[in-house]
Write a protein that binds this ligand. Structure first.
Ligand code: GLN
Length: 493
């Protein structure tokens, strides 16, 4: 074993909590910072590294251990936080010029709870501007690269979070998933990425993109690691009225024998599927059948071709409203212009990048008088029908199994000038957000070029623990753990 930073998170934290064990939070944080220093010039996962904060938090964990207090189940575990979540005293940019120089006044609830469980925040991770994108190329501060192939994208929008974990700079990261932004980069970098049920994790302190779709969740090297971070963060929060009040107990690992695994015709890979992705899916299905699982064939028409159009009406509509607060008066950038309207126009014209402006224009259009009935209201009706159809599907299947993305990681620049091609990356992930159901992406091996492939499991709304248990069972069955990029070997991982 190379370094304690590469241990399973539970083991790492157990050793930090043991006063007789020489491993400390400080040792873990220093190793994480050393790896960031060695690798991040090439990967560019971080927008901001926070050695002082990380060492102060590690010091508090180690002092608790010395004093005989329990620092929590994630004691000393270094954490990267997507830069659309508030960390008190650190910059909060959302990878936008609009917020360059802005410093967060407080911790997001998810961050505060992770830190209360013992995590040490080592930095803020890069993302597509305001979490809009699928490649992290929409960052105003330059793209992040995939640690498995630096010429390729890590996915997005939580691409910095994914690259930081994949390169073994940190064992855990926080992302946000509005239409796939945790699962898609997890798949493209060979990680586990979990989007909890809507309302399971507080959104307080997450800069809103599309409030009815956004969820905070973990990126990790294993289902168990992801589950530990999730459990530290979940639960009702007085600061987010949409958080669920029910508490689900952890489920035992289910027997795969008899598990009903749904196969949705409309979420198949299409006529000319990517060979590596199709092979991984076929391998997983065969393994599940071998373990006694039952495949259930389902058809959910609205989950297919309609998913993206619904999403690309609802999400921009909410974004156009949420982003109205960035007006040059209240936050961040201010560009002078003629009168107040001139100031708004100059600030928003220069502060927002092209993709964000595109979303605001589309969102404003679909909500405007005369068009709201034709677009927004129809999309909302279709969304409700999709959620109902999925609920129905979960009376026939315990989980659904799909690929996470149509293809593995693509090259930087390959889709950057074609928004529709970029949107198609999310065809298999957005329906889970529209319906509010939990979904998780798991590593399923690599293709002929060594690029990671991800598979996705979904469960009914609220069944987060049941999904995690099923995912852990499938992870064991597939035996294709998170692949280690050659780059990470350089730092001894
Ligand atoms: N790629 C999708 C989009 O651009 C999803 C983003 C997300 O989940 N934050 O909207």
């Amino acid at each position: 074993m190379a370094h304690a930073l590469d241990l399973p998170v539970a083991e790492m934290a157990r050793r930090v909590r043991d006063p007789r064990d020489p491993l400390t939070a400080r040792v873990l944080v220093d190793e994480s910072l050393r790896r960031i220093e060695a690798l991040d010039g090439r990967v560019k996962a971080f927008l901001h590294v926070a050695p002082d904060l990380a060492r102060a938090q590690a010091g508090a964990v180690d002092a608790a251990v010395t004093a005989g207090r329990d620092p929590g189940p994630l004691a000393g575990v270094p954490l990267a936080v997507k830069d659309n979540l508030e960390v008190a005293g650190l910059p909060l940019t959302c990878a936008s010029r609009m917020l360059a120089g802005y410093v967060a006044p407080r911790d997001a609830t998810a961050v505060a709870r992770a830190v209360a469980a013992g995590c040490c925040v080592v930095g803020k991770a890069n993302l597509d501007e305001f979490a809009m994108g699928s490649s992290t190329e929409n960052s105003a501060f330059g793209p992040t690269r995939n640690p498995h192939d630096l010429a390729r994208v890590p996915g997005g929008s939580s691409g910095g979070s994914a690259a930081a974990v994949a390169a073994r700079m940190v064992p855990l990261a926080l992302g946000s998933d509005t239409g796939g932004s945790i699962r898609q980069p997890a798949a493209l970098t060979g990680l586990v990425g979990f989007k909890p049920s809507y309302g399971r994790v507080s959104r307080s302190g997450l800069v809103a993109f599309a409030s009815s779709l956004d969820q905070v969740g973990p990126l990790a090297r294993s289902v168990e690691d992801a589950a530990l971070l999730f459990r530290a963060m979940r639960g009702h929060d007085a600061l987010d009225a949409t958080t669920r009040r029910d508490v689900e107990a952890a489920c035992p690992l289910p027997s795969l024998a008899g598990l009903r695994v749904g196969r949705v015709a409309e979420l198949e890979l299409g006529e000319r599927p990517d060979a590596g992705t199709a092979a991984a899916l076929a391998r997983a299905r065969a393994a599940l059948a071998g373990a006694g699982a039952h495949e259930v064939e389902l058809s959910i028409p609205l989950a297919g071709a309609a998913g993206l159009p619904i999403y690309y009406i609802v999400a921009p509509a909410e974004a156009s409203s949420n982003l109205a607060r960035f007006d040059g008066i209240r936050y961040g950038l201010r560009v002078p212009g003629e009168g107040l309207e001139g100031l708004y126009a100059a600030t928003r014209g220069q502060g927002f990048g092209a993709e964000v402006q595109r979303r605001i224009l589309v969102g404003t259009f679909v909500l405007s008088a005369g068009y709201a009935d034709a677009y927004y209201k129809r999309a909302m009706a279709a969304r409700q029908a999709l959620a109902a159809a999925l609920e129905q599907a979960f009376t026939q299947a315990d989980v659904l199994l799909t690929a996470t993305t149509p293809t593995p990681a693509f090259r930087l620049g390959e889709k950057a000038s074609d928004p529709l091609a970029m949107y198609l990356c999310d065809a298999l992930t957005v329906p889970a957000n529209l319906a509010g159901v939990p979904a998780i992406s798991l590593p399923a091996g690599v293709d002929a070029q060594g690029l990671p492939i991800g598979l996705q499991l979904w469960a009914r709304a609220g069944a987060d623990e049941a999904l995690l248990a099923a995912a852990a069972a499938v992870e064991r069955l597939l035996a294709t753990p998170s692949p280690l990029p050659a780059l990470a070997r350089e730092v001894g991982a």
